[in-house]
Design a protein around this ligand. Structure first.
Ligand code: MN
Ligand code: MN
Ligand code: ZN
Length: 279
């Protein structure tokens, strides 16, 4: 199993690898820069070299990059949309430099202008970012929780984006279990997990799934709440995760925990919980 968590790059980006290894992980997710701003500085050559060397020497299988929070690929505001395209383009370049294949991005919010227009703006943004960056790094679209004005919470919306992106070799999907559950795709029983994955496979195709975010859900099925819970302690529950880990596609993918760190449990708890649910 490729199991990871989101780790910090504080200090220098290569220290993310030490943090992942100290938790016994062979995959992990990072931000390559401060996720709460638009501005960032270029990566230092020495940090790039250290990062790449450590990836090899520490036997890390896959590194996943997560886009910063401010870009909105569905935004109707032209300036924000353009800044978002630039942010995605530069993230694809930075990741290519670091040897990272996957850039996971949120699909965004149409801010009340309607789903259709929002979807077309995402398509435009993906096509622009892919042609701005001539490398092999992939855009990995993450399903959303179905909060008001969200784009990309339903599988047919994700499929629409896929169908309209020109370079299909550089587009894939990240399945966030909390978001799917919040958007109305049940994952709490064996049968519902099998049905949900079957739906994903029929509408999109499981072969386009590249990353899984393993999060339990604080909110009930279909309530649109993006609130992550410790594995087994939310409305998805242990049975749901046990069934997910049986799926032959899911088993082979990088599985990234984005569970809380709070007064009750931490990353180590959730990592051990997933191992205990593996069949
Ligand atoms: Mn995310
Ligand atoms: Mn996620
Ligand atoms: Zn989330």
């Amino acid at each position: 199993m490729k199991l990871g968590v989101h780790v910090s790059i504080a200090g220098s980006i290569d220290l993310s690898i030490d943090r992942a290894r100290s938790l016994g992980l062979n995959t992990f997710q990072i931000f390559t820069r401060n996720p709460r701003g638009w501005k960032f500085s270029d990566l230092k050559e020495s940090n790039i070299v250290n990062f790449k060397n450590k990836i090899l020497s520490e036997n890390i299988s896959t590194v996943v990059c997560h886009m910063p929070y401010l870009p909105n690929l569905s935004s109707p505001k032209e300036d924000v949309h353009n800044m978002s395209i630039n942010a995605l383009s530069s993230e694809l370049e930075r990741c290519n430099t670091l040897g990272i294949e996957y850039v996971v991005t949120h699909i965004g919010s149409h801010l009340g202008t309607g789903l259709e227009k929002g979807l077309d703006r995402v398509v435009k943004a993906c096509n622009a970012a892919l042609s701005n960056s001539s490398n092999n790094t992939m855009i990995i679209l993450e399903n959303t929780a179905g909060t008001k004005n969200n784009v990309g919470s339903k599988f047919d919306e994700l499929k629409y984006i896929f169908d309209n992106v020109n370079d299909k070799s550089r587009i894939g999907f990240c399945f966030d279990t909390c978001h799917a559950f919040a958007a109305g795709y049940d994952l709490s029983t064996s049968k519902s997990v099998i049905d949900t994955l079957k739906k994903f496979n029929q509408i999109i195709g499981l072969k386009y799934l590249k990353v899984v975010h393993l999060n339990d859900s604080k909110g009930e099925l279909g309530n649109g709440l993006d609130r992550h819970q410790h594995i087994g302690r939310g409305f998805i529950g242990e049975n749901g995760f046990r069934e997910l880990l049986k799926n032959s596609t899911i088993k082979q993918l990088p599985l990234i925990l984005e569970t809380p760190i709070d007064e009750t449990f931490d990353d180590e708890y959730n990592i051990n919980k997933i191992y205990s649910l593996e069949n």
